[in-house]
Write a protein that binds this ligand. Structure first.
Ligand code: GSH
Length: 244
């Protein structure tokens, strides 16, 4: 059995989608990141970086003691290896998936995260930061769009963990100030993927816990800021802005 330490965010949904796609049994262990559960000593034994998602597999393929993994990209690779799904075996196919997975982990995710932060949450609206991350977000959507203009999926002709990694972040496009009208290949891919029942089931995990606003306490927990007051839209966490 796999325990999934989870909050309803794009990085959390990558793993619930993958578990559903693979048909693996799992238990969701909720981590309330707006309350600060991720900083508790028990959680930091699982991930010293204090972030979800984390899995603990009590039945790893090689047997032996339970295996704990943090970082969503590492978890996706592990689950792909464990099940033989969504990661090609041939050299070229395998590294194509891995390079796009690394692109998502190092570029698309972090840059969209910063874009959302400075556009939606930051107590001061800093034009330089908003412009810098907005430009970078649009540039990355352009890279993805070009790629999806030449292949049906992110890493070639087949659905893979590279698609699973990108999808929940692209779901936040409205909150990111991005319209898919400008990226028609991304729009085509996005519409195709969201029709997959296991993906929808993975996205349903934790949906009731999605917050519509981040209050001052939650912002202080997540960003270490003392906002001027009032509630900020939860942006990427906000259900109606998650277009799927
Ligand atoms: N690179 C990490 C990023 C994980 C991450 O940033 N998780 C966020 C939720 S999407 C989190 O736990 N945030 C809690 C916090 O910022 O304190 C991964 O892909 O697993």
């Amino acid at each position: 059995m796999i325990d999934l330490h989870f909050a309803p965010t794009p990085n959390g949904w990558k793993i619930s989608i993958m578990l559903e796609e693979c048909g693996l049994p799992y238990t969701v262990v909720p981590v309330n990141i707006t309350r600060g559960d991720q900083f508790e000593p028990e959680f930091r034994k699982l991930n010293p970086n204090g972030r979800i998602p984390v899995i603990v597999d009590s039945d790893p393929p090689a047997g032996g003691r339970p295996l704990t993994i943090f970082e969503s990209g590492a978890i996706l690779l592990y689950l792909a290896e464990k099940t033989g799904r969504f990661l090609p075996r041939d050299l070229h196919g395998r590294y194509c998936v891995q390079q796009w997975l690394m692109w998502q982990m190092s570029a698309l995710g972090p840059m969209l995260g910063q874009n959302g932060h400075f556009a939606l949450y930051a107590p001061d609206k800093i034009p330089y930061a908003i412009e810098r991350y907005g430009n970078e977000a649009r540039r990355l959507y352009g890279v993805l769009n070009d790629r999806l203009g030449e292949s049906s999926h992110v890493a070639g002709d087949n659905y893979s963990i590279a698609d699973i990694a990108c999808f929940p972040w692209v779901m936040t496009h409205k909150a990111q100030g991005v319209t898919l009208d400008d990226f028609p290949h991304v729009r085509r891919w996005f519409a195709e993927l969201r029709g997959r029942p296991p993906l929808q089931k993975g996205l349903a995990v934790g949906r009731r816990a999605v917050r519509k606003t981040l209050d001052a306490q939650a912002r202080s927990t997540l960003f270490g800021t003392k906002p001027a007051g009032g509630d900020a839209p939860a942006g990427a966490f906000q259900s109606q802005q998650l277009d799927h």
